[in-house]
Design a binder for this molecule. Structure first.
Ligand code: SF4
Length: 323
């Protein structure tokens, strides 16, 4: 029997996909990877879907970096001295390199840096790998799988050619097909469909958020960051704490969540060759980004979400794991 699996992010598209699976009457599992960087309302919303709709309860999965961090500690102790890393830097890294149980933070400590648009390893390690190894592979051992993904072409340039169906064959495993039922939908269609099904959207949309996956996402636009900085400044406090911890775990003693050129000041420092290395300026820190993000006018909730489609700002994953 074919196993239908719906990927949930807590956002509007995966919710509409869940509702569609329910409407079509196929038995399915709904699964979500908890990155540890979501707003609590997003997790609560996802967990409430079953109760609100009569559908299956969303099953949560998490990455565990215990083993990888143990190997990294051994590597730091054995190899960093050979690389000429000062003893105090090694000692500091070894003191902090222990799993916290927060997947996003543990991943960044293990990597010694935050992900970026060019090195978007967060999607791979916190979502694809987790759902792949803990859900999809075991399901494909039992039978064919159809993965329902809330991907729309209108979302971003990166997804403009995504197919509705895609087949994956892997030796030793049953066939898997990706299914993107919303591929031709607009954001407006998605909100209308959920409303017609009697389901309120994730409350964060009503508070000016256009994306409700990671909070914030490394790909967040200025208006998204402004909305977070204005309504949820504690999210930036958390990111600032993570920056301090990751800096300790990093060989260069610096780590920022946002790319160097996020703020105009950071971009100009990068152009003039200033680096974020220990002893130098670390930029742009989370609070500086929050301050910069507040320097313009606000957005317009749903209509603004619709307006910003195909602007290339969304996650480039074709699998809809990040909204
Ligand atoms: S939502 Fe953004 S920060 Fe989170 S895993 Fe996806 S790309 Fe990375």
């Amino acid at each position: 029997m074919t196993n239908h699996i719906v990927n949930i992010s807590g956002g509007k598209d995966s919710t509409a996909t869940y509702l569609l699976a329910l409407e079509r009457g196929v038995p399915f599992r709904a699964v979500m990877a908890d990155t540890g960087n979501e707003h609590p309302d997003t997790i609560a919303y996802a967990l409430s879907l079953g109760e609100r709709t009569g559908g299956p309860t969303v099953e949560m999965f998490k990455a565990d970096f215990t083993e990888r961090m143990a190997k990294k500690r051994a590597f730091v102790a054995a190899k960093w001295p050979e690389h000429g890393v000062p003893a105090d830097v090694i000692e500091r890294a070894l003191a902090v390199l222990h799993p916290t149980g927060i997947p996003f933070l543990d991943l960044c400590m293990w990597k010694g840096r935050f992900p970026s648009r060019r090195a978007q390893f967060c999607t791979e390690f916190l979502k694809s790998e987790v759902i792949g190894s803990q859900v999809i592979e075991p399901a494909r051992c039992a039978g064919p799988v159809i993965q329902w993904l809330g991907v729309r072409r209108a979302e971003s340039l990166a997804r403009r050619n995504s197919p509705m169906w895609q087949t994956v064959r892997t030796p030793g495993l049953h066939i898997m097909r990706f299914y993107r039922p919303l591929i031709h939908w607009s954001a407006g269609n998605v909100f209308s469909y959920a409303a017609a099904c009697g389901l309120e959207p994730n409350p964060l949309y009503l508070q000016g958020m256009s994306r409700v996956g990671c909070f914030p996402c490394i790909n967040a636009s200025k208006p998204e960051l402004r909305a977070i900085a204005t309504r949820f400044p504690e999210a930036f406090d958390r990111i600032a704490e993570w920056e301090a911890i990751c800096a300790e775990a990093s060989k260069r003693g610096a780590a920022t969540f946002f790319a160097g050129d996020t703020t105009p000041e950071g971009a100009s420092m990068a152009r003039s060759g200033v680096t974020g290395h220990r002893g130098g300026e670390q930029y742009p820190r989370a609070h500086a980004v929050a301050e910069w993000a507040r320097t313009d006018r606000g957005g317009k909730q749903f209509s603004w979400i619709i307006d910003q489609e195909v602007d290339g700002l969304s996650c480039s994953s074709h699998y809809g794991l990040c909204e």
